[in-house]
Ligand binder design. Sequence first.
Ligand SMILES: Cc1cc2nc3c(=O)[nH]c(=O)nc-3n(C[C@H](O)[C@H](O)[C@H](O)COP(=O)(O)OP(=O)(O)OC[C@H]3O[C@@H](n4cnc5c(N)ncnc54)[C@H](O)[C@@H]3O)c2cc1C
Length: 516
Amino acid sequence: MEKQSRYDAIVIGAGIGGLTSASLLAKQGLKVVVLEALERVGGCCSNYDFGGYKPEVGAVFIILKDLYKNYFELIGRRLEDYVDFKLLDPVYDIVIERDERYVLPRDFAAMEEVVRRINPGDVDGYRRYCRDAKAIFDAQKAGLDFPMPALKDVYSFKTLMKTLRAVNTKALAALPVAARMAPRNMDRVIRSYFKDERLQLIFGWENLYAALPAHRANGMFSLMTYLGHEGYYYPKGGMIAIPQAMAKICGEYGAEVRLNSAVKRIMVKNGKATGVEMTTGEVLESKVVISNAHSRVTYLNLVGAANLPSWAVKTVRRQPCSIPAPTIYLNLKEKVGAQAHFTILLNRRRKFDDLWWEFYDRGLLYRADDGPMMVSVPSYSDEGLAPEGKDTLSAIYIAPYKLKYYEWEEIATDWAWELAHSIERRAFPGLTAKIESIESVPPTRLERTLNVPEGAFFGLEMNGTNMGPFRPRYRSGLVGNLYLTGQCTNPGGGVPMVMTSGIIMSSILMQNWNKL
Ligand SMILES: Cc1cc2nc3c(=O)[nH]c(=O)nc-3n(C[C@H](O)[C@H](O)[C@H](O)COP(=O)(O)OP(=O)(O)OC[C@H]3O[C@@H](n4cnc5c(N)ncnc54)[C@H](O)[C@@H]3O)c2cc1C
């Protein structure tokens, strides 16, 4: 063990959760250091250098932009001074099987024309869908539309009451819609608006994120398509522009962000966290340790089973990870001819839904043409992400963490080429001839590089029994002076949700600071 330094707070990980809490606590005057294992910030919300191209690692776009406002307001900065968000329009280029293709404009009236062209009988349903989804969206927006209180008051009963009062009238309009959608499955909700099978898919494919067939996914997922019309965004410079801005703000408030600095263990003395030991042997001491790593990594690897009661070890181990998010990356020596930032490759509903039972649950891979894919071309929105005249393309697909008959590393490259040929057949003729290099990141590789168990999309599963009180707590009940932030805590995965986690965690810590 080498030198010792003393901090108020050590933050493990420069993901969105770690950077949110580090910057907010530094603004409160705490001496903070962020220790990041990788050579870049952002964790699952980042971009990496792949031979001069800069594809994303993980998160591909911004939803619920209003949630970002809370962080920037609390940190005393203007979002627009730090990140340049580009509105995505068209929202999606949807390809259903091979020959049916629909580019979805963001504008509601223009989208109505697309619906009319597909099936005039569904225009009324589309209007009802928009009206209902807007009621929910407005209620959520009203809850965010008032000035943020001081950091330590964010997580308080008084603020909760103020929020409830602010959403009061909007919530009344949203309540009957939510009461109708939430108890039903997504398939039923979508069918209550649209009769045409193609429109049912266009407005109802986001069960992909829930890793469930549409007739098992919660009806509230039907709102996702509407959000795209309210506005999806992409930051100039790629998704990494967000954590880079946050790291800059950390620096402005005096917090250190140390890259290439992996933590080996959290030191625990008399049941309390006292600091960390790095993989280099260096020891840093602090009043509190905040872990932005996955909860399983935090407790089982960093705290260590020996410092935990056996029931806690079992509980942490048993908490299921969300589905993995395997991805392939293509560097293209010519433009691919994308018509939108995202091209969504879908199959007819039965094939799409049966994929979960016939292949995913059994640890099998399907024929590449039979699986959905979310293809993004970041250089469509920001040309600087690929060399001039070229494109960077990535595709997220569905596949299990563990394969029944093969190791991922044995088949990852062959499978990547199969997927590339499928993208070529379904959406971009001539694609494979344009490939300069290809990289396959199956779940096992994401697990290794980002320290996210099972290469999970959202850390832990996001359903009823893993949400709310069942998710790991911000203030550890197992180790004193240990706090957790990030996608494994509430409200869950997704960049704006993780920011919210960092805000709430910091608020709770500041409420307790004088008692430490
Ligand atoms: C493929 C994919 C696509 C996604 N798409 C979207 C999207 O489009 N929109 C969206 O909002 N969300 C999306 N998400 C989810 C979103 O990216 C995550 O929920 C969010 O970025 C997680 O942030 P975090 O701070 O909780 O954790 P992470 O991003 O996992 O950050 C944790 C950090 O801790 C570091 N770390 C771990 N262990 C140690 C250690 N021992 N020592 C030092 N450092 C350590 C890691 O290197 C990492 O940088 C996607 C996720 C994936 C994987």
